[in-house]
Design a binder for this molecule. Sequence first.
Ligand SMILES: NC(=O)c1ccc[n+]([C@@H]2O[C@H](COP(=O)([O-])OP(=O)(O)OC[C@H]3O[C@@H](n4cnc5c(N)ncnc54)[C@H](O)[C@@H]3O)[C@@H](O)[C@H]2O)c1
Length: 305
Amino acid sequence: MKDYFGYKDKICVVTGVSSGMGEATAKILMELGAKVYGLDMNSPKLKGFTSFIKCNLSHKKDIDEAFKIIPEKIDSFFGVAGLSGAKTDYRTTFDCNYTANMYITLKYLNKRMSKGGSIVYCTSTAGQEWKKFKREQNKVVHSKTWKEVVDNTKKLANIAPSTFAYMYSKRCLSQFACEQSVVFAKKGIRINNVMPGSTDTGMKQEFQDMVGSEEGLIAEAGLAGRLATSKEMAFPMVFLNSEMASFISGIDLAVDYDDTCLKELGLKKNLEAVSATNPIICAIAKKMLNKSANNMKALNAGKEN
Ligand SMILES: NC(=O)c1ccc[n+]([C@@H]2O[C@H](COP(=O)([O-])OP(=O)(O)OC[C@H]3O[C@@H](n4cnc5c(N)ncnc54)[C@H](O)[C@@H]3O)[C@@H](O)[C@H]2O)c1
């Protein structure tokens, strides 16, 4: 059978391999014959990595150590790891979701990938309004070092709720993908961006708590009437980085079973069209989220008594 995907013996680096979409991506790549270098801060259940490297992507030092182990020549990169911000602070969330991908791309992939290389980042439909809010993101997306990103988000990290780091980091990453795809294309390297809708992964409970119920979460999954599976997000990422997608570069692929379309047609309210950096909106959101967290605590305490 012809190998249209072309992953046989390719060096693939995948982040977030210990759960959900990253794990599913790594498994498919192994089945297609790739040499998979997996990065995660937690140990994986999946076996078959050429190398698994324990790495906290919110820490620049860990990334530098990991890239000492990864071979000099990299064929494909899958930036899948992410944090919702429900359990982590603004800084940790933003750095895992955005800063790590920016740093890996500019410091390592830039030098270690050559013609034919491919990069896919996993963002989110939560960040799909990035084009509308470019002015809010420009300073961060145009930062070239880890320190510059931290400096340019320091104020925000103090005033915004950490769940806002999710939306903002995903917007920044989508914009970064678009801008860098133009730069990397000159070297024959493709960059694309997959924006998943609601998916049944390790992150599900955190998102469910934010919207209040599983039904609420399913309502965010377009017309499917169910959540997506991890595999249904891994397949498009594997496709975009494969030889089957050799003429696809610089796209945002929403994988959300019509959810984007419904919003475009005005058939569904677009709750994502709000500023992620406006101090007044951040303060109101912080207050509302604290209130709902306290209500949840009281509810759970009541259940226990
Ligand atoms: N689940 C959804 O509904 C949904 C929707 C849109 C986008 N996404 C995005 O999909 C991607 C994959 O998430 P998932 O849904 O599979 O969740 P998941 O929680 O199942 O998997 C995330 C993985 O990332 C790892 N990780 C988290 N922070 C890390 C860090 N600082 N360093 C190293 N590893 C870290 C975790 O250990 C875990 O293995 C994320 O970028 C997420 O934002 C998820």
